[in-house]
Design a binder for this molecule. Structure first.
Ligand code: FPP
Length: 235
């Protein structure tokens, strides 16, 4: 079985999973968070080199205060626990998105985790927090425009590979497989530039129930795909 080099996952369905069990949405996020820890280990065991997960979007602030506060609490404890996971899996962790909207202590935990894990190279784990693809592109364009204004870059030198260096994912290869759990068939502002030629896999299974067998099913489906990148396959 060909294992994708980079898997991206939209972690969806925590809230509905909890409601179906008669529990508050926050309970679903707690279970979703625990599942993320396990899936990280599974991804490493399978030999995947890059994992990117969509944990909090630039639009998720619209949720109730109670839910947002619950998620912030979860991020705090997760970012701390993630150091152990980074050490165990020799995993480098990078947060993509705009962290400036988070409380200073969360920003500090992100910084510490990135610093702590920066020399690990067996798995590269990107967590999208306060991430939106449009926001990432606009922030990138702003930095690029500044470089042009400062005379560090001439407009003629701007091509796709130059532009990619201004994205949060600079230096990371594009995902090969994008998985979205819980039945929604949309991208929700996730990695719109990076997913241009990625294979998509949608499943009705909600994130807290998405375990290793489901991951393997997704990889098996990926193996059935014929990736042509816009070209024509030789007969
Ligand atoms: C989607 O479920 C999930 C989220 C918006 C949050 C994802 C968060 C976690 C998995 C928690 C842990 C993550 C980290 C990095 C600590 P939903 O609330 O959209 O579910 P619904 O579609 O059923 O409402």
């Amino acid at each position: 079985m060909r294992v994708p080099n980079h898997i991206a996952i939209i972690l969806d369905g925590n809230g509905r999973w909890a409601k179906a069990k008669g529990m508050p949405r926050g309970y679903g996020h707690i279970k979703g968070c625990a599942n993320l820890e396990t899936i990280c280990d599974d991804i490493k065991d399978l030999g995947v080199k890059y994992l990117t997960v969509y944990a909090f979007s630039t639009e998720n602030w619209k949720r109730s205060r109670e839910e947002v506060e619950g998620l912030m609490k979860l991020f705090r404890s997760y970012l701390k626990k993630c150091m152990k996971s980074a050490e165990k899996n020799h995993m480098r962790v990078k947060v993509i998105g705009d962290p400036s909207a988070f409380a200073p202590d969360i920003q500090e935990k992100i910084r510490q985790l990135e610093e702590f894990s920066k020399d690990y190279d067996e798995l590269y784990f990107q967590i999208a927090l306060n991430y939106g693809s449009r926001d990432e592109i606009v922030r990138g364009v702003r930095k690029l425009a500044q470089d042009v204004a400062d005379g560090k870059l001439v407009p003629d030198a701007i091509d796709e590979s130059c532009f990619e260096n201004y994205l949060d994912t600079a230096g990371v290869p594009d995902p090969d497989l994008m998985i979205r759990t819980s039945g929604e068939l949309r991208l929700s502002n996730f990695l719109m530039w990076q997913l241009a030629y990625t294979e998509f896999y949608f499943t009705d299974v909600p994130w807290p129930d998405f375990h290793k067998e489901e991951l393997i099913k997704a990889i098996e489906k990926y193996n059935e795909r014929d990736r042509r990148y816009g070209g024509v396959k030789e007969e």
